[in-house]
Design a protein. Structure first.
Length: 203
């Protein structure tokens, strides 16, 4: 069966015909949680309370789902930078996207605070491509959990963050595009348990 295709008009696409795979898709990674195992834990302790922290993330061997739009796969076959270990956060490369593109990001996780009356914030941190002014990283963030039901309780969270691909994080050239990673900030000590990270992409 041939893939369904339809004409796109307007923007940079003109009247060309594109398959669905050309214009939308997703990139998702799962921990052992979805394979009868455990989520990956990130500890918030006295040394990083109140700071933005890269989440640890152990990708299950069967837990990578690369269904990015065709141009992204062709431009950057790997898709991500980093392996989710300490000092090497998972960062999605935006190579292959342009300023007509947008994305939604969703994390599946829980947080167990050690103290009552606390909050958990989440964000996507973006690294720009070369040659931009300003050149510093930037973020989009939200308050994800208001944990007022007590300490030592597991609070589920599904933060959703949306963004468009502006001209400082689009594809500037081969191997030169923006990228982003997921971070958390807690007002108290506790344990974050990461289950999945997914980017839903519109080319």
């Amino acid at each position: 069966m041939q893939p369904f295709s339809y004409p796109l008009t307007g923007g940079s696409h003109g009247g060309d015909s594109h398959t669905v795979e050309d214009v939308q898709g997703y990139y998702g990674v799962l921990t052992d949680y979805y394979f009868d195992g455990d989520a990956t834990e990130t500890q918030i302790d006295e040394n990083n309370v109140g700071d933005w922290v890269d989440v640890l993330f152990d990708i299950n061997p069967q837990g990578t789902f690369d269904n990015r739009p065709t141009e992204m796969q062709e431009a950057n076959p790997a898709g991500i930078v980093g392996d989710g270990s300490a000092g090497s956060p998972i960062m999605l490369s935006l190579e292959g996207l342009d300023t007509h593109s947008s994305a939604n990001f969703r994390a599946s996780m829980t947080f167990e605070p050690d103290t009552d009356e606390s909050i958990l914030e989440t964000r996507l941190l973006f690294a720009r491509h070369t040659g931009t002014t300003p050149s510093s990283n930037f973020s989009i963030e939200e308050v994800t959990l208001n944990m007022t039901q007590g300490a030592d309780i597991v609070y589920p969270a599904e933060p959703m963050l949306s963004f468009f691909v502006g001209d400082t994080i689009d594809t500037n050239g081969p191997g030169d595009a923006g990228k982003c990673c997921f971070q958390i900030r807690s007002s108290v000590e506790g344990t974050a348990s990461l289950r999945a990270l997914t980017w839903y992409i519109q080319k």
